[in-house]
Design a protein around this ligand. Structure first.
Ligand code: HEM
Length: 440
């Protein structure tokens, strides 16, 4: 076999560290083996790259050259046949249908809901109260997706969906995710049976909703769901309700947690620095009095704060593929069967691109432009995050809404990044005390 990039001969300690202290593990990998290395895993060799050129080579490789990495675990959270679990031509076909509602040009339509939901959820906090911002932001992003993507308008319906989804999240325990032998029903009792029941409950709610919509599609609002239900493949057919349902679950799962993490980190970095808070408020105060939340999209300093938030601890820091055919990465020929991964935090912490990488400094995004492989929080290529424009807008609108309307004090001035599912989030949940509301 052709040589692979060097790496640790036994990676037990590092695998454990990767699971608990991922940011420390990335730094260790770089210090000891450089930016592209091989780690031995139970699944075979995994080649990791933290170089922009390596990321380009992996993420723009011929889509027929790879398949999904560890699909059996992902099947616990995504539905079989939905975009995150398919590859090649079926993936291209399905993405083409799902993409239009997520294009940047349609984002204006969603800004109002994002602001209202943020105001409502933050408005429920009493002055003097200390809250975990990450919990509040999860509530915000869940509700925004349910309203904007699922097309739910009725408050009690939103609440029913939210409850069903939260129950499913609770039932999807890390043990079930990582140990396939636990996935047995044992006569309707135990964690897997609970998980199956929670899944069925959410699916039933969605099915009910889609059937009602389909029965009166012409009169339905011109929203994301409508676009999904009426778009056509090249052969003139559209998605069945079952397919729409699978994609909705995927969008909710893929979208809510990462965006909530980004918002929590954004609040943390902003309120940690009086200077950043002052600059943001100054920029927001310069908007015309009648400017709506869609105006936030073009504010340079707000944009830089959001980019820096996504740079320093990217909420989804690792992208994996399983090779079906050999590909070239940084001069190495990686064999079929190997795993390959792009670690964006390794790229985002390169001194040559981001001097003093552990310092939060939004100005770096105003001083220079980064290529799509140097700044890569949403991935790149044909699997680039489908909800990137939606997430960016939500991060901007929610952060601006909070900054404009609420004086917060950090209860834990030093947060640290830890593994949270497939992402990396703040260990203590960014606890903040509401000093005062700035609105009437
Ligand atoms: C700050 C928030 C978000 C971050 C950091 C993020 C990050 C990512 C990344 C890095 C990928 C690429 C994975 C890969 O190449 O293996 C991805 C894929 C995806 N994201 Fe996001 N995401 C965010 C929000 C959202 C939202 C709001 C939605 C939908 C409403 C969404 C839907 C998806 C979907 C469906 C995929 C799979 C795309 C495919 O496989 O073709 N994401 N996301």
């Amino acid at each position: 076999m052709a040589p692979l990039p060097p790496g640790p001969s036994i990676a037990l300690v590092e695998t454990f560290r990767y699971m608990t202290d991922p940011v420390g593990a990335y730094a260790w990998f770089r210090k000891n083996y450089g930016d592209t290395l091989t780690v031995k895993t139970l699944e075979g060799p995994l080649i990791i790259t933290g170089e922009p050129e390596g990321a380009r080579e992996v993420l723009t490789a011929d889509p027929t050259s790879y398949e999904i990495f560890a699909p059996e675990n992902l099947r616990m959270v995504f539905r079989d046949g939905s975009v995150p679990l398919i590859v090649g031509e079926p993936h291209r076909r399905q993405r083409k249908l799902l993409m239009p509602p997520f294009l940047g040009a349609r984002m204006r339509a969603y800004a109002g809901t994002m602001q209202q939901v943020a105001l409502k959820r933050m408005g429920a906090v009493r002055p003097g109260e200390t809250i975990p911002m990450h919990e509040v932001s999860r509530g915000i992003t869940r509700e925004v997706i349910l309203r904007n993507v699922f097309g739910l308008a009725d408050d009690s319906l939103v609440a029913r969906f939210e409850e069903a989804f939260v129950e499913l999240q609770k039932a999807t325990t890390p043990a079930l995710l990582f140990f396939s032998w636990l996935r047995h029903e044992f006569g309707g009792v135990g964690p897997y049976a609970r998980y199956l029941r929670a899944n069925a409950r959410l699916d039933a709610l969605i099915a009910e909703q889609l059937t009602a919509r389909r029965a009166n599609l012409e009169a339905a609002p011109d929203d994301m769901l409508n676009l999904m239900m009426t778009s056509k493949y090249d052969d003139g057919t559209g998605m069945t309700n079952e397919q729409v349902s699978k994609e909705l679950v995927g969008l909710l799962v893929a979208g809510y947690a990462a965006t909530a993490t980004a918002i929590a980190w954004g609040v943390y970095w902003t309120y940690r620095s009086p200077e950043i808070l002052r600059k943001l408020r100054e920029e927001l105060a310069g908007l015309p009095a009648d400017a709506g939340p869609e105006a936030y999209a073009s504010l340079p300093y707000l944009g830089a704060v959001c980019n820096e938030t996504l740079r320093i601890y990217p909420p989804v820091p690792d992208m994996f593929r399983k090779l079906r055919a050999p590909i070239q990465v940084r001069g190495y020929t990686l064999p079929a069967g190997a795993g390959v991964a792009v670690f964006s935090r390794m790229i985002h912490s390169r001194e040559d691109l981001y001097p003093e990488p552990d310092t939060f400094r939004p100005e770096r995004f105003l001083e220079r432009k980064f290529t799509p492989y140097e700044f890569i929080p949403f991935g790149a290529g044909v699997r680039r995050c489908l909800g990137a424009a939606f997430a960016e807008q939500q991060l901007k609108v929610v952060l601006a809404t909070i900054v404009r309307n609420f004086d917060l004090e950090l209860a834990d001035p030093a947060e640290v990044p830890v593994r949270q599912g497939v992402g990396v989030g703040p260990k203590n949940g960014v606890r903040v005390r509401l000093a005062q509301k700035l609105l009437s």
